[in-house]
Every structure is written in structure tokens, then in C-alpha cells.
Design a protein around this ligand. Structure first.
Ligand code: SF4
Ligand code: SF4
Length: 388
């Protein structure tokens, strides 16, 4: 990457990305689109809109030559540029506005009508038992626990209809493997042309010709293959029940279908692992997977596998996730995070309420206020959690 003035890479522990072909052209395009938007709105009644204010801030952070840089400045991460590169010009302002909401609102503890990021869970069931995952907690993952199930298409539709035009950063994933959901094909089809930045996370074990075609025809913009190793022994030690050869075969198949049958697809593929132990090396990952996917990354491990029995952390900083993301689980339960995978913090249910009401509702607000008044130490499981 040739120009560090505009970009930073600090959201992944490690990230390898294919080089941008026309980096300076892309920046120039962003600059022109933003200035055009500002000019147009400056002459209209929307002069005082929140969105215009934010777009001006983004423009100033990125392009004003004499501006003194501070931590409050908006920066473009490498992966943001990679995402922008796949968008049509009409979507770039919207993308940057929602990227800003995602990155900055949690820092300044600001809520507007909708969460910056929404995670929808097609399935809480998983065919793996990865060592760092709450699926290893039998009180969660056994059938009789009441936590296991698949979202119905009707409920999915209800959530997507409310999110459309209001939320642009979403993931189809949470506590289980989405491709296990019996209605995943219909769900994928329903996302077509609806969101600017929709991700699908999968362990890649269940991919086949049919569902790969569904994904590539859907509204998904990034597919994240959850893989943490470049060799069979390490992979199968971490991803318990996983079969390395099967996953390679499936990711290769994905790549072939994308290349041959969807040559104009702008979908981004990423192999992303949890950095759980020292012998997982990003360079090995890139050497192995880099030819098959657009990005290779590690995210930091946090002890997801059992927050309820973890030691208290004594952190009293407010958790930024309370202002960043919302989870809708297969049965409609809304939770502020998936660290609390058994939903002690349950803030509502989408079956009898709306995303907007729940996000701004009393329960969510009370939780935020407790965190802001350093009262996190009295909330389970927040007092055992490392996220801040
Ligand atoms: S990390 Fe993902 S693939 Fe592994 S057990 Fe958990 S939900 Fe399943
Ligand atoms: S502190 Fe941890 S458990 Fe509490 S809301 Fe944040 S992520 Fe969830």
C-alpha cells in the first residue's frame, strides 16, 4: 500500500489484502463524489442535516491539506477502500456515512434511530465445536438448552424489511453456522440489492454448487470463511469437527464458480481466523490462502467460550458495542452482544417490537447508562467480559 496518509489498518490483528490497482484514482473519485455531494446539499434545505455534517467531517479529515490530524479524524482503512472499490458511485456517500456511524458513534456514545451494525442469526446450531467458541458449552449447545434453533423466513423478512434503507452494515451470522438454516436460500435471495455492506460468515464446511450460486446471486458483498490455520493438524485442533481437505475443496469450488460463472461479481472473499495461539502465522495463512481469496486476516481472540465462568475483569469503561451493534437471534431475541451468548442481557424481541424501538428503548438505554456511570461491575456477564 503506497499511501499511508489516507489509510490505516487497525481493526484486524493482522490483515493481508491484494494490492489496489488504481489507488490514487479511487481516492480522487471519493474526493470528487464527496465534494459534489457537499456542494449540492449546501444549496438546499438539507443544509443543516446530520448527514451533511458528517460528510463534511469525513471530507475534511481525508482531504484538507492543512488540517492538523487528531485521533478524532476519520481515516480509511485498507478494508474500507477494498469495500468502496466494489461499490457503484451512487453508493459511496452512503457507505462512508454508515462507516462513520460504525466507527465513531460508539466512541462518542451516540445513538441515532438505528444501530450502525446489525447481526442476524439464521442458525444458532453449529456442526463444529471450535475450541474458542461458546458451542463448547453444553449448557448452550445441547438441544434441550432451548438456545438451539433456526430462524424462519418470515421473521428474517420482518427484520430485513425494517433494516432496509436504515442500516447498511450487516452480517448474516452470530452464534452458529448460517448455512445450516433450512431456509437460508430464500433468505439470501431476499437480500438482493438491499444493502451496501452485507457480510456472510461461514465455516465453509457445507458449501456446495447450489448454495455457492445462491450466495453469488444474493445481496452479500463479503463472504468470510472462518479458517484459522494453513495446515490440517492445526486447523483440526482448533476447528473441532472440521475437515481441512473438505474446507479447501469448498473454498476452491467457490473461487471457481465465482471466476467462471460470475465474472463480473464484485463480491469480496476473506479467510479470517481467530488468533488463538502463537504458532498461527499470518504469513503462512497468506501463502496458503492468498491465491484463493481477496483478503486473509486474523482477529484477536477474546474468551468467548464461557464468559459466565470467567474471572471478573474489573474494567469499568463502558462497552462500545452498546452503541455499535445489535444482534437478532433465530427466535427474535435481541441482544447487545454475542459474548453474552445465553442472553442474560436480553433487550427485547423482534417478534413483538421493532429494531428502532428496541435500540432506543428503556432496557437498552438503562444498560448504556449503567455502563456510563461505571456500574458495569454490577451487571452479569459484563463484569467478566474484556470488551470495552
Ligand atoms: S466459531 Fe463458528 S464454526 Fe466454530 S463452533 Fe463457533 S459458530 Fe461454529
Ligand atoms: S461488556 Fe461484554 S457482555 Fe457486556 S455488553 Fe459489552 S460485550 Fe456484551
Amino acid at each position: 500500500m503506497e499511501n499511508n496518509k489516507y489509510i490505516k489498518n487497525n481493526s484486524f490483528r493482522d490483515l493481508k489484502i491484494k494490492k489496489f490497482k488504481n489507488f490514487l484514482d479511487l481516492l480522487l473519485k471519493i474526493k470528487l463524489i464527496l465534494s459534489d455531494y457537499i456542494l449540492k446539499l449546501n444549496t438546499s434545505e438539507e443544509k443543516k442535516s446530520e448527514k451533511l455534517k458528517i460528510i463534511k467531517e469525513i471530507y475534511s479529515s481525508l482531504f484538507e491539506e492543512n488540517k492538523k490530524k487528531t485521533d478524532a479524524d476519520f481515516v480509511l482503512h485498507e478494508y474500507s477502500l477494498a469495500e468502496i472499490q466494489t461499490l457503484s458511485d451512487n453508493d459511496i456517500v452512503e457507505y462512508l456515512f454508515h462507516r462513520y456511524r460504525y466507527e465513531f458513534f460508539p466512541n462518542i456514545k451516540k445513538t441515532d434511530s438505528y444501530p450502525p451494525y446489525l447481526q442476524i442469526e439464521p442458525s444458532s446450531v453449529c456442526n463444529y465445536r471450535c475450541v474458542f467458541c461458546y458451542q463448547t458449552d453444553k449448557s448452550f449447545s445441547t438441544k434441550s438448552s432451548g438456545h438451539m434453533g433456526y430462524m424462519s423466513f418470515d421473521l428474517f423478512k420482518k427484520v430485513v424489511d425494517q433494516a432496509e434503507k436504515n442500516i447498511h452494515f450487516l452480517s448474516l451470522a452470530s452464534r452458529g453456522e448460517p448455512m445450516l438454516c433450512p431456509e437460508i436460500d430464500k433468505m439470501l435471495d431476499y437480500t438482493k440489492n438491499k444493502f451496501i455492506n452485507l457480510k456472510l460468515n461461514t465455516n465453509a464446511s457445507l458449501l456446495n454448487e447450489k448454495n455457492i450460486n445462491m450466495i453469488l446471486s444474493s445481496g452479500v458483498k463479503t463472504v468470510v470463511f472462518s479458517v484459522d490455520a494453513a495446515d490440517k493438524v492445526l486447523y483440526e485442533k482448533l476447528r473441532v469437527n472440521g475437515k481441512f481437505e473438505k474446507v479447501i475443496k469448498n473454498i476452491k469450488l467457490f473461487n471457481d464458480i465465482k471466476k467462471n460463472d460470475f465474472p463480473n461479481s464484485r463480491l469480496i472473499t476473506r479467510v479470517s481466523g481467530v488468533k488463538f495461539q502463537e504458532d498461527q502465522k499470518i504469513q503462512d495463512m497468506d501463502d496458503y490462502w492468498g491465491e484463493l481469496v481477496d483478503h486473509v486476516a486474523f482477529v484477536n481472540y477474546i474468551p468467548w467460550e464461557n464468559v459466565y465462568d470467567s474471572k471478573r475483569t474489573n474494567i469499568d469503561e463502558a462497552c462500545t458495542d452498546l452503541w455499535r451493534r445489535m444482534f437478532v437471534w433465530w427466535d427474535g431475541t435481541v441482544n447487545p452482544c454475542d459474548v453474552d451468548y445465553k442472553s442474560l442481557l436480553n433487550v427485547g424481541n423482534i417478534k413483538n417490537d421493532t429494531i428502532k424501538n428496541i435500540w432506543n428503548g428503556e432496557k437498552y438505554q438503562m444498560l448504556r447508562n449503567h455502563h456510563l456511570s461505571q456500574n458495569r461491575k454490577n451487571i452479569s456477564p459484563c463484569f467478566n467480559c474484556n470488551v470495552c
